[in-house]
Design a protein around this ligand. Structure first.
Ligand SMILES: [Ca+2]
Ligand SMILES: [Ca+2]
Length: 126
């Protein structure tokens, strides 16, 4: 037996403009939990770069709204929430979604998330 399920894959993070000098130290949260980078606390990102993410969220429901937060780490002050990527899990893609800016923390940052929704079969036991 198997059943069709869908998963959402975060493919790339495009940075067009950073908030801070030279680079931002970014990480991504989903439902209050850091999902990227996986092996360290944050990742330096410079302008005009594409960073591979390769993060899978699964399973998700068709039509589910998924909010991914983009945060910037700071040494001397609380981390800054730059904004959110607001995704809807419709199978297909790749899609590109602009960061909805949190203007309390940034006016300069410009990021785009590239992502897709794929189907897979999950074996189920009887
Ligand atoms: Ca910072
Ligand atoms: Ca800060």
């Amino acid at each position: 037996m198997s059943s069709q399920q869908i998963g959402l894959r975060l493919i790339n993070l495009h940075c067009y403009a950073v908030e801070e000098n030279e680079f931002d130290d970014v990480y991504l949260n989903y439902n209050g939990v850091k999902i990227w980078p996986e092996e360290k606390k944050h990742h330096p990102v410079r302008e005009h770069t594409i960073t591979a993410l390769e993060i899978d969220l699964n399973p998700v429901e068709t039509g589910q709204k998924i909010v991914i937060e983009l945060w910037d780490f700071d040494f001397l002050s609380p981390d800054d929430l730059y904004g959110t990527f607001q995704l809807v899990a419709d199978p297909g893609g790749p899609y590109s979604t602009d960061l909805s800016l949190n203007y309390k923390e940034t006016k300069k940052a410009r990021y785009v998330l590239e992502w897709e929704v794929y189907t897979y079969r999950k074996a189920t036991s009887l």
